[in-house]
Design a protein. Sequence first.
Length: 407
Amino acid sequence: MDKDMPTRRKTKKKHKKLVILFYVVLLIALSIYTVKATLGNNKPSIMLETTNPEEINEVYRLSFIGLGDCLIHGYLYMDADTGRKGSDGYNIYDFKPMFSYVKEFSKGYDLKYYNQETIIGGKNLGLSGYPHFNSPDEVGDAMIDAGYNMVSLATNHAMDQGEKGILHSMSYWNSKTDVIKAGTYTSQAERDKVMVYEKNGIKFAFLNYTYGTNGINVPKSYLVNVWGEGNFENYKKTIANDIAKVKDQVDIIMVAMHWGEEYQLGKTNNYQREAAKYLNSLGVDVIIGTHPHVVQPVEYVGDTLVIYSLGNMVSNQRYSQGLKGAIGGVAAFDIVKKVEDGKTTTKIENPKVDLVYTHDVNHKNYRVMPFSKLNNSILSNYQSVYAQYKAYLNPKNDSRIQVGFIN
C-alpha cells in the first residue's frame, strides 16, 4: 500500500477546487466585459441615478442642431450639375460637396433641422431661381446624406410652383420615412393630424408656419400653413387648436416660424416679438425662426427659447447682400427629461449658437463652412467678421446662451 495515497488525494481535491475557482473567476470577468462592451456599443439614452435604494430616478436626453435657409439660386444649380443625365432624361445634380462641413460638425446630434426655403417641385416643372424657385430632389438628398432628419417646408416660396409643386415636394418628403417634416400638406386630413414623435424616450411635436406666400394664392388652405403678418388675430385660433391637440401628449413643443423682415441684421420686428409672446403663452418650448436671410438674436421669452432668425445656411446672396447674406446661424440645445420621485419635468438645456459662411470661387465650389475652418484667404479679416456677427446672436449677454461651439 502506498503511504503517500492520502496526500495525493488531498492534492487532487485542492487542484480540483482551484480549477473550479478559476472558472468561476473567468465567468465573472467575461460577464463584466460583456456588459461593458454592450453599454459601450449601445449608449443608453436613459441614465439611472439612485439616491435611495428604493427610488430610481431617470434622465432622458435628446440633442438638437439647427441651420437656416437652404436657398438654391441658379448658380448653385450650375455648380451642382454633374453633366450627366438620368434615365428620365433630366440632368443629374450633386449638392453633397456643398454640405461636407455641415455633415462633419453635425455628427452626434439626434435631431438635425434645416429650412427648405426653395420648394422641391420636380424637374418636370423646370428648375428655376428667383423670384419663383424650383429645386431638384437632389437638394433634399444632399441634406439627408448630411444627416439632417427634420425640415420645415412652410415658406414664402412654398407656392412658387403652385399645387403641383407642393404635391411633388410632399411625395418626395413623405417617401423619406425617417425625416420629420411640417408646414405643407396634400390633404386636409394630413394637415389636421398633428404628429407626435418619440426619440430617446422623449415625445415631441414639431409645427411650422409662414407669414405668407409672396401674394401667390393658396387654392386649398391645407397646402401651406399660413399664419398672417401684421394682424394675425384670425390665425391665433388655428395654431392654438394645433397645439391643443398634442399638448398633453408630448414633453416638448417646437415651432418653426417663417417670419420677420428681410435683411434686418440683428433686429426683430413687432410681429416676431408679439408672435413669440403668444406662442409662449400656449406653452411652446422652442421657436426656430427663418426668412430674414440674416442672423438675429437668440433669447428667452418667458421660458421659451426663441431663435429669431438663423439666416441663410446656403445661398448666392453674398453677391446681392454682401457678407450678411452669406453668414448664417447654427443653434444647438439639449432636451432633458427627468423623472424624479414619480414627477416628470422636461427642460431645454445648454442652448448655444454659432456661425457658418457660404464660400464660393466665382460661383463655383460652394461650401457651407464654420468660421473655425476659415482663414484670411477664404474670407479677409474673418476673425473680426466673426466677432462682429456673433455679437448679434446674444446681444443681451444672457449667460444661459453660449456663443461659439463648432470646432
